[in-house]
Design a binder for this molecule. Structure first.
Ligand code: TPP
Ligand code: MG
Length: 253
């Protein structure tokens, strides 16, 4: 999709892909035929620049035709660079400006409690994204309200747009920081599907607390020359790189 559009964020797409697959194919109680069902689990992709990953997942899960993916970021396509809930079935919140998904998710989780709703709320943020202060205000509120229907997944790939997170604004000790805000925190390999499944099945990690899953990931996961390379935050593959990348993704050996 990124190759065709000549735009996008392949590094962040690939680091989140395994998490999205586990969520949409194993965890979320959703029905692609009824994307607005009142009782559905809510998932907010806060790192909205990984829209290609979300759209591919939604299409494979049956929310819309895979053919639509070829229109990614074309003028008048519903598949914009940043997801729009008014245009794309299955998209829960308009995101892209970083730092807003967790505040929205806190509201959704609190809404479930206030209306006796049965839905659970999940939100995926980047790690660099956590440098936005709005996240910490929301994290404080979630801890205060004891929102154990809320799960934050942090895509902890240790890279942001131009450098490592730790060279920019240090996030560590991230797990301890979240714990000090009242969260139960689990640290996992964000590409180990078995571990991710077991972690989601054991939610909430502690009764009466929101859960944060700090998912250790590799930006650009699955393509050797993209993995851990900061420039691939928003580089576009050449035709040759595209063929190499697809070859590696099809045959990881
Ligand atoms: C408020 C805001 N500032 C800047 C940007 C531009 N931007 C898009 S992605 C990105 C880096 C995000 O890094 P991270 O959260 O670590 O995401 P990932 O590594 O998973 O791609 C930036 C600065 C933005 N989308 N929103
Ligand atoms: Mg990152």
């Amino acid at each position: 999709m990124v190759h065709r559009a000549r735009m996008g964020h392949p590094g962040g797409d690939l680091s989140a892909a395994d998490i999205l697959a586990v969520l949409y194919f194993h965890v979320l109680r959703i029905d692609p035929a009824r994307p607005d069902d009142a009782g559905r689990d809510r998932f907010v992709l806060s790192k909205g620049h990984a829209s290609a990953s979300l759209y591919a997942t939604l299409a494979l899960r049956g929310f819309f035709s895979e053919d639509l993916l070829t229109t990614y970021m074309r003028p008048l396509s519903s598949l914009n660079g940043h997801p729009d809930r008014n245009k794309v079935p299955g998209v829960e919140a308009n995101t892209g400006p970083l730092g807003h998904g967790l505040p929205i998710a806190v509201g959704l989780a609190l809404g479930a409690r206030l209306t006796q709703g049965t839905w659970r709320t999940f939100v995926l943020t980047g790690d660099g994204e956590l440098q936005e202060g709005s996240n910490w205000e929301a994290a404080m509120a979630a801890g205060q309200f004891g929102l154990d229907g809320l799960t934050l997944i942090v895509d902890r790939n240790r890279l942001q747009q131009g450098d490592t997170t730790e060279n920019t604004v240090t996030l560590d000790p991230l797990a301890d920081r979240l714990r000090s805000f009242g969260w139960a925190v689990v640290e996992v390999d964000g590409h180990d599907v078995g571990t991710l499944v077991a972690t989601f099945e054991a939610l909430p990690a502690a009764a009466g607390r929101p859960t944060a899953i700090v998912a250790q990931t590799i930006k650009g996961r699955g393509v050797s020359f993209i993995e851990n390379r900061v420039e691939w935050h928003h580089r576009v593959p050449t035709d040759g790189e595209m063929a190499l990348a697809l070859g590696e993704l099809r045959d990881p050996s």
